[in-house]
Ligand binder design. Structure first.
Ligand code: PMV
Length: 351
């Protein structure tokens, strides 16, 4: 079933006013296979995207709520990361709360103390915004469940993704396992720009024990933010070609995930990663996020694949780190042939 923005505005009467004093939840990170790049309106994607949800790289969030005597215009909260008060993060979170207020008006009735920690190292270059906003969205839906008449599981799942999207686009895809598709596609049922869905096909067994080993080539903050990168797509000379490619790739990727065609999966996954970076290198102004070591690792992966026929490939996020994707049954072989030759910290995650 398709939901509209209107469907997420609460119309049922409040059931009770007491809520748990503390809510504790975690949400996973995700890695896009077909990339979301370019947005319009309120975090609406220029094209559909497909991702694997990761299991190990997560954000754990505890929220302590105190009921207020008077509901204010803006949400009152404090944000702590790894036990440390972090006012620098608060403007982005405040913006998120402001955007979602119409869909969750009850949030302003409480003072929020938000304690988050990531299972991956803080300065690892792994984006925590996807898992972070997905965790906050889950907490808000937990509260909605307590306060109002029960809705269907489908409504809650889609609303979590809808709210997460309003924090950070890719967070929409951090709300369920193991694959999510975000963005309306005319040939894929139930897809929407408003939220991500778990596609209704069965993931082929070859992807069921899939791994993502993340090579931390660069641990610092990205030099160009994703927001700036998305904005550069508005006047990008290849905007229309990219849009068409992404729609085609989303359909093809869905097919490969269903049929388990690893050769085609590998070819498409790498093409998408390089296309994302090619878009950055051809925007105005242009920029390069890959580092010499990113390319060295890419060449190493390709060289090993050509020599051994092992089904291993790479993808890239908006940064220099390399995500190495492969089926779990070749992990021992890759340890000696590949990982041992890489002189960077590697986080081994799985789908
Ligand atoms: O969610 P954002 O605004 O940080 O954008 C993320 C974009 C990519 O990570 C580069 C691609 C994607 O689909 O996740």
């Amino acid at each position: 079933m398709q939901f509209t923005e209107q469907d997420f505005i609460i119309t049922s009467p409040i059931k009770k006013i007491s809520v748990p004093a503390e809510i504790n939840i975690s949400a996973p990170s995700n890695i896009a296979l077909v990339k979301y790049w370019g947005k319009h309106g309120l975090q609406l994607p220029m094209n559909p995207s497909v991702s694997f949800t990761l299991n190990k790289s997560r954000t754990h969030t505890i929220v302590r709520l105190t009921a207020l005597d008077k509901t204010g215009e803006n949400l009152r909260f404090k944000f702590f990361l790894n036990e440390k008060y972090q006012p620098d993060f608060e403007p982005k979170i405040a913006g998120f709360f402001k955007r979602i207020k119409i869909y969750a008006p009850f949030i302003n009735a409480y003072h929020w103390e938000i304690y988050s920690h990531n299972t991956f190292p803080h300065s690892s270059g792994i984006a925590s915004s996807a898992s972070g906003f997905a965790a906050l969205a889950k907490i808000i839906i937990e509260l909605e469940k307590q306060l109002y008449t029960q809705q269907t599981a489908e409504y809650y799942n889609k609303k979590v993704s809808f709210l997460a999207r309003l924090g950070s686009g890719s967070a929409a895809r951090s709300t369920a396992h193991p694959v999510m598709i975000w963005g309306q596609h005319p040939q894929i049922d139930n897809t929407s720009d408003l939220y991500a869905i778990v596609p209704d096909f069965e993931l082929h067994p070859v992807f069921k024990n899939f791994r993502d080993s993340i090579v931390l080539v660069e641990k610092e903050q990205k030099k160009v933010s994703s927001t700036a990168g998305h904005n550069l797509m508005h006047n990008h000379p290849f905007k229309n070609i990219r849009k068409k490619q992404a729609f085609d790739h989303t359909l093809q990727m869905s097919e490969y995930l269903k049929t388990g065609d690893l050769k085609k999966f590998i070819k498409l996954t790498e093409a998408e990663a390089l296309e994302l970076h090619a878009l950055m290198m051809t925007s105005n102004p242009n920029y390069i996020l890959m580092q010499p070591d990113t390319l060295k690792i890419i060449h190493l992966i390709r060289e090993i694949r050509n020599r051994t026929d092992l089904p291993v490939c790479f993808t890239l996020d908006a940064g220099a780190n390399v995500h190495i994707l492969y089926p779990g049954n070749i992990s021992t072989e890759l340890e000696t042939r590949l990982f041992k030759k890489i002189n960077f910290e590697i986080i081994h995650d799985f789908v």
